[in-house]
Design a protein around this ligand. Structure first.
Ligand code: TTP
Ligand code: MG
Length: 349
């Protein structure tokens, strides 16, 4: 049977919460982000987007684009509180809710409602009543298309992609809309003259496999409306990490190690809380010119202790040649496994 998948995404989430909590901000360009000159924009209201302000943009650039913007520091605790209220409304519709982030979820409503449009309206109204916020809904027969649909008509959108609209409805879209095609992949395709999904559609499977390996098959299938991923109620934690923008840019590895030490302690604590060990250590750096680099190392055995994480992180750091100063450093661990009962009791003692 054809599934009915819904993707729900709050509009300008952090900024919308700020406006709701302080109605004087309504209609103004509100920008939430690190407020120091070195911070980046988390998000901004749709009014601020008109000036070209975007998530992840350095705050100083946002200030130059939108000098009248109202810049606010994030209040993560408050956003989490609102997120909880939204998710409890979603779970009142169906137990098949997969959280993707603080403001976004997939719902499998196949067996829970006959009319997906009225369900969307119910969710929109309930969320508005409880939190005062708007959201956008996408509905389709698989996850990929539902997510594309929710982004179709933001803010406060409701878009349905039906089987008989495929694949033509996707043709005019830029290839960056294909989930998983990041900047580098998009550039690779642009370089051979592929910009729209229509052009991507014409590429033979072999070329996509040559370009992207196994993921090439997924791209080939998805733009043809094939995506068999199910809605996962218990979303697995895939990685645990921390990152920080440095107080000043540096290429002194000893200085960077101090950050890694603090991150290792925090990551180890989170691993213990969740009862996990990890096998892969990933070091991320962003350079002064905003280039991201990651380098990872997979270990022969699982680790969880702060000193082990720190040691491995330092080894990865020492392998890197810094050609430029670093402005942000991050450390994360992945390839997680649940600890056995024996290990858990060891931690307890
Ligand atoms: P998004 O859903 O990507 O963005 P949004 O809800 O602000 O706007 P849209 O209407 O386009 O959905 O992200 C949700 C929240 O996550 C966002 O409000 C702030 C946070 N966030 C960051 O902190 N940094 C980022 O780079 C992004 C993309 C989001
Ligand atoms: Mg959102």
């Amino acid at each position: 049977m054809e599934k009915v998948i819904m993707h729900v995404d709050m509009d300008a989430f952090f900024a919308a919460v700020e406006v709701h909590d302080n109605p004087k901000l309504k209609g103004k360009p509100v920008i939430v982000g690190g407020t120091s000159e070195r911070g980046v924009v988390s998000t901004c209201s749709y009014e601020a987007r008109k000036y070209g302000v975007k998530s992840a943009m350095p705050v100083y650039i946002a200030k130059s684009k939108c000098p009248n913007g109202i810049f606010l520091p994030p209040r993560i605790g408050r956003y989490k509180e609102v997120s909880k209220e939204i998710f409890s409304i979603l779970r009142s519709v169906t137990p098949y809710v997969e959280p993707l982030s603080i403001d976004e979820a997939y719902l499998d409503i196949t067996n829970y409602t006959k009319n997906s449009v009225s369900t969307s309206k119910f969710i929109k109204e309930a969320v508005m009543k409880k939190t005062g916020l708007t959201l956008s809904v996408g509905i389709s027969y698989n996850k990929f298309l539902a997510k594309l649909a929710s982004d179709w008509d933001k803010p406060n959108g409701l878009t349905i992609i039906r089987k008989n609209m495929m694949p033509q409805i996707l043709f005019p879209l830029p290839i960056s809309k294909v989930y998983g095609l990041g900047k580098k992949s998009v550039k690779k395709l642009n370089d051979i003259g592929v910009f729209s999904i229509e052009e991507l559609y014409k590429l033979p499977k072999d070329i996509l496999i040559e370009f992207f390996g196994k993921y090439g098959i997924e791209v080939y299938d998805r733009i043809r409306g094939i995506d068999n991923r199910t809605v996962q109620i218990l979303r697995q934690t895939k990685s645990i990490g921390r990152e920080n923008t440095l107080k000043r840019d540096t290429d002194d590895k000893n200085e960077l190690k101090e950050y890694l030490k603090a991150f290792s302690i925090s990551i180890s604590k989170q691993l213990l809380n969740k009862g996990f060990s990890a096998k892969t250590v990933i070091l991320k750096t962003k350079t002064s010119s905003f280039e991201n680099h990651t380098r990872s190392k997979t270990l022969p055995s699982y680790i969880y202790k702060p000193e082990d994480i720190y040691q491995e992180a330092c080894e990865v750091l020492m392998e890197i040649t810094l050609t430029e100063k670093v402005r942000l450093i991050g450390l994360s661990v992945s390839s997680l496994k649940e600890n056995s009962l024996k290990q858990i009791s060891l931690f307890d003692s």
